[in-house]
Structure formats: structure tokens, C-alpha cells
Design a protein. Structure first.
Length: 381
């Protein structure tokens, strides 16, 4: 690793003169970066140095702004000279030269990017909210355009799907929850469990091919590609709202009341939204590079559904398996939905807190993955 001695730097107009001693002859190179974003701007010509004493001149750009200069031997760039400069009206001012390293530069980039991980997803969703709403409306209308029932299928589809599962497990297989023997409570518990599953499975299942499906948008640099997975998630939310309306109507018919604890639903739906968004952003980016991901996720979603106690009570699982149910985020949601809608209680505080933390982390990580990989979309697609 390069060792720099007697380091000093001075500036005249826009030219930096850096002088230092090296252990051995080498080839010196320098690069200029944008210090605010870490983006590479350009690289200067390499210079062969045969003497230990190095006297290097670096000309800064004529445009006003802040710049960061890295100077290092071409063969080993683990350590380098760092000089921060600011150009104003054709004159540069520099900070004292210092020694930097790749590890320190990575840490600095992480510290600089960490706040953006929390703000960029929110800024993107809020800034493109009108576009997302337009895409959601168009997506829902396009599904049923030309059909006899039209948008009425938005109600009929979740109703028919839930009725089919309820018939198979409640009537044919005679599955029951608790001590109920009539089957009515089973239908309610089953439908309450389907409420968070329907929008999740719909969005995740479609996210793996949403970018190739809109390949024309990838070439348009001004189009916010991260809105495509978000549109799937919010379309799923619309499906859930239709299904929730049907469920609450059924609850009024059967129990003649809706518990006040149902007001907890927004507290459950927000982390559900963050969790689904993060997973969809991750899968949408990964689906560009793994074209079989759609088939894999179809199988994974089927397996996920039947390993989650939605259509059967968790008491039917072996005790050793029940201990690990809380690892499954969908089970957390299913259990919380049943708690607030059917049992008239607030959701479990510690589990809800952990789910909020996990959902937030997955949402941030999913967006960061999508943000990092989208530069390669145009090359791969």
C-alpha cells in the first residue's frame, strides 16, 4: 500500500500543485469527483514518476462548484491523496491535503447515502402520486374493459375467490376454528385472513415481470421506473378495499356489529404497504436478470399461502412449528387482522412493533436495491 510523506498542496488560479514523497517509482493518476454525491467526473493523464519526490499539477474544471481530487499510484489505490476544492469565478480555493483510503471513502458514502434511504422512497411516491393514481385507475379499468360486468368484477373477483376457498375448506373439508361447529365462524376467520393475503399475492406475483412488460419505459430516462412496482401495490390495495367492504357487510349480517377495534386497521395496513412495496421493488429489479423468477415466485406464493394458517387454524400445526410462525410476516398480519376484526382486541403490541420495524427495513432495502440496479436495466432488457 502506498505511503505518502511530506504532503503539501497549494493552488494558483484553477491549478492545484500537489507535492509529496513516495517510497518507489510508479505511475501516478488522478481523478476528480463530485463530493456531494461521490459521482466520478473525469480522470487526468497518467504520469510516470521515476524519483521519490512527486510534483503533480491538476487543473480543475472551469465551471463553478465543489470538487474532490484523488491522487494515487495506478497499481495500488487503497490509499490516496485527497484534496477538496471549490471553484468560484475562475478561482479555486482548496482545503489542506490529507490521506484517504478506500475503506474511509466507502464509509463516507454510506453515511452520506443513509439519510437518502429513508427520504427517497417517500419523495418518489409523493412526488409521483398523480402518475401512480392514474396508472392504478388505468390498470383496474383495463383488466375488465369490454367485459359485460365491467368494473363490477373488482367486487366479484375477490368475492368469488374467497367463496371458493370457503366452500372447499369449510364445507368439503369441514375445517373449523375453535369450538365452532356451524362453519359460519370458520368463514369469517378465513376471510379475515384472506384480506391481507389478496393484495400481497397479487402485487408480488406481478412484480417479477412488470419491468419487461413496460420495456419501452426503460429507454425513457425521464420516466420514474420505481412507480411501476408501486402501481401494482396500490392496485392491490384497491382490491383489498373492495374485499374489506364485502367482509364488513358480511360481519354486519352475521354478528350485527363491527367492533371498535377495527379502527386499528390503518395501523396494520401501513406496514403491510411498506413490506409489499419493498418486496415488489426487489423482485421487479431481480426479474430483469432472472427471467425464470416469475415461475419460481408462483410456486413460492402457493407454498407461502399453504404454510400460513389462513385456511386452517394454527392449532392444527405441531407445537414445534407454531413456535416459528411469528417469523412469517404474513402470519403476523393474518393474526392481527383477526384480532381487530373478529376478537375485538387491539393487536399485540410487541409483535406489531417488530412488524413495523421489519416492514420499514424491507421497504428501504427493496428501494435501495431497485435504485442501484436500475442503471443496468437498459443494457439487460
Amino acid at each position: 500500500m502506498a505511503t505518502f510523506a511530506n504532503l503539501r498542496a497549494e493552488v494558483e488560479s484553477r491549478e492545484i500543485r500537489a507535492r509529496f514523497d513516495l517510497e518507489k517509482p510508479c505511475v501516478i493518476g488522478w481523478q476528480i469527483y463530485d463530493p456531494s454525491s461521490g459521482a466520478f467526473l473525469f480522470e487526468g493523464e497518467w504520469r510516470e514518476v521515476r524519483e521519490p519526490k512527486v510534483d503533480l499539477r491538476v487543473e480543475l474544471p472551469a465551471e463553478d462548484g465543489e470538487y474532490r481530487v484523488h491522487i494515487a499510484p495506478v497499481e495500488e489505490r487503497g490509499r490516496f491523496v485527497v484534496i477538496d476544492a471549490r471553484v468560484n469565478d475562475g478561482t479555486a480555493k482548496i482545503s489542506p491535503a490529507r490521506i484517504g483510503s478506500l475503506a474511509a471513502a466507502r464509509w463516507e458514502r454510506f453515511v452520506r447515502a443513509a439519510p437518502k434511504a429513508f427520504t427517497l422512497p417517500v419523495q418518489s411516491l409523493w412526488g409521483n402520486r398523480k402518475l401512480i393514481l392514474t396508472m392504478v385507475r388505468r390498470d383496474i379499468l383495463a383488466r375488465y374493459r369490454g367485459s359485460f360486468a365491467g368494473s363490477l368484477w373488482s367486487f366479484l373477483n375477490p368475492l368469488l375467490l374467497m367463496a371458493t376457498y370457503a366452500f372447499v375448506f369449510g364445507v368439503v373439508l369441514k375445517t373449523r376454528f375453535g369450538a365452532d361447529t356451524s362453519g359460519v365462524e370458520y368463514v369469517l376467520y378465513f376471510l379475515a385472513g384472506m384480506l391481507p393475503w389478496l393484495p400481497f399475492a397479487e402485487a408480488v406475483g406481478r412484480s417479477t415481470y412488470v419491468i419487461p412488460e413496460h420495456r419501452n419505459f426503460v429507454k425513457r430516462l425521464v420516466f420514474p421506473l420505481d412507480t411501476l412496482p408501486a402501481e401494482l401495490v396500490f392496485s392491490g390495495v384497491v382490491t383489498e378495499l373492495f374485499a374489506l367492504t364485502i367482509f364488513l357487510a358480511g360481519l354486519l349480517i352475521v354478528r350485527h356489529t363491527i367492533p371498535i377495534s377495527a379502527l386499528w386497521l390503518p395501523v396494520l395496513m401501513v406496514p403491510q404497504l411498506m413490506f409489499t412495496l419493498g418486496l415488489c421493488w426487489f423482485l421487479a429489479a431481480l426479474g430483469i436478470f432472472v427471467r425464470d423468477l416469475s415461475q419460481i415466485m408462483n410456486f413460492a406464493l402457493t407454498l407461502w399461502f399453504f404454510t400460513t394458517p389462513i385456511c386452517y387454524p394454527e392449532s392444527s400445526l405441531p407445537a414445534r412449528i407454531r413456535e416459528f410462525l411469528w417469523i412469517n410476516p404474513i402470519y403476523d398480519l393474518v393474526h392481527a387482522y383477526r384480532t381487530v376484526l373478529l376478537e375485538g382486541r387491539a393487536p399485540d403490541g410487541p409483535h406489531l412493533t417488530m412488524f413495523w420495524i421489519a416492514a420499514g427495513a424491507i421497504g428501504i432495502a427493496g428501494y435501495a436495491w431497485f435504485y442501484r440496479m436500475r442503471r443496468s436495466f437498459a443494457d439487460v432488457i
